[in-house]
Design a protein around this ligand. Structure first.
Ligand SMILES: [Mg+2]
Length: 323
């Protein structure tokens, strides 16, 4: 059962506050078949029970010793926790002035004694239906918010590794380049590619291949974890990290740490022509942002550095810096 269904099916609860037991008994008799009933014999008790039970509707007598109905109503309406609970006054005082005063202090309705069972039933039913609609709307709003957050995460996250996906990477790179232009700070970009990954998949299968990528994702996350760093899955076996406010030499250090951390994991890759374990080739570009150095340009520079790492023997970091 969804929470929405729960709201729709829940038996609604009414609190009756009246200092005369006979009045409570009459109302109880009229309403008990369809609702759960609580009661209080004084205003102070009524306020306490409202906070404890959070009823869906309050039937409130006006003439009570100590705290009268107007005071109870004003107290409940002044408390954000209880302000939303509808209050109906039930009273023998039937003048226009009395009614106005009741409505002014926040009651939604006013029923005069002597009590007519069909009228009480009908009014209570109407107000409870409204209350249920509001509860339902509140529940739907919460659900919608949760769904939106899930979608937002899905739209930004790579399903396999939990890193940022390509789309989120692109958004952040654009934003960070603009920021770097404004703050005149360096921005560095790390691009890496798993060495001989096709051979790995051929040798160990795609399930193992996915596990290997997840392990690399973990190392990425552990390495690029400063505030503002964005490790991402760039493509199939390609990873990237955006490093805002990071000079080229610092970016190279981090990239080198990444490469060594992965080697320390010692993920076996026992295929002819491979070094025996899973390794990364890495390209780093560190730039002082200019208008011409846009995302496309920065990625191309990192890609060329990565290509040099591949060409000169793999499992290494190549870097280029632009002041
Ligand atoms: Mg009374």
């Amino acid at each position: 059962m969804t929470r929405k269904d729960a709201v729709q099916r829940r038996r609604q609860r009414i609190l009756i506050v009246d200092d005369t037991l006979a009045n409570i008994e009459i109302l109880h008799k009229i309403l008990q078949a369809d609702h759960d009933i609580f009661f209080a014999k004084s205003g102070a008790d009524g306020v306490r029970i409202v906070k404890q039970e959070m009823p869906d509707l309050i039937l409130l007598d006006i003439m009570m010793p100590d705290m009268d109905g107007y005071q109870v109503c004003a107290l409940l309406k002044g408390d954000p926790q209880t302000a939303h609970i509808p209050v109906i006054f039930i009273t023998a005082m039937g003048s226009d002035e009395d009614e106005t005063r009741g409505l002014d202090c926040g009651a939604i309705d006013y029923i005069t004694k002597p009590i007519s069972p069909p009228i009480v039933k009908a009014r209570v039913r109407n107000h409870l239906e409204l209350k249920r609609s509001r509860d339902l709307l509140a529940e739907l709003t919460v659900e919608l918010g949760e769904k939106n957050r899930e979608l937002e995460i899905l739209a930004r996250e790579d399903g396999l590794t939990g890193l940022a996906n390509r789309r989120h990477f692109n958004e952040v790179l654009d934003a960070e380049l603009k920021r770097a232009l404004r703050t005149r700070q360096y921005l560095s970009l790390v691009l890496c590619d798993v060495d001989f990954f096709k051979k790995y998949n051929d040798q160990y299968g795609h399930v193992a291949g996915d596990k290997c990528l997840q392990a690399i994702g973990d190392v990425m996350r552990a390495t690029f974890r400063r505030a503002g760093d964005l490790p991402a899955r760039y493509g199939g076996e390609e990873f990237a990290a955006i490093l805002p406010d990071t000079a080229p030499d610092q970016a190279v250090q981090l990239a080198e740490r990444l490469r060594q951390e992965l080697m320390a994991r010692d993920l076996p890759h026992l295929v002819d022509g491979v070094q025996g374990q899973v390794t990364l080739s890495v390209g780093v570009v560190g730039v002082q942002a200019t208008r011409e150095r846009n995302a496309e340009w920065v990625i191309r520079e990192a890609d060329q550095a990565l290509y040099r790492s591949k060409e000169t023997g793999r499992n290494r970091v190549s870097a280029v810096a632009y002041d």
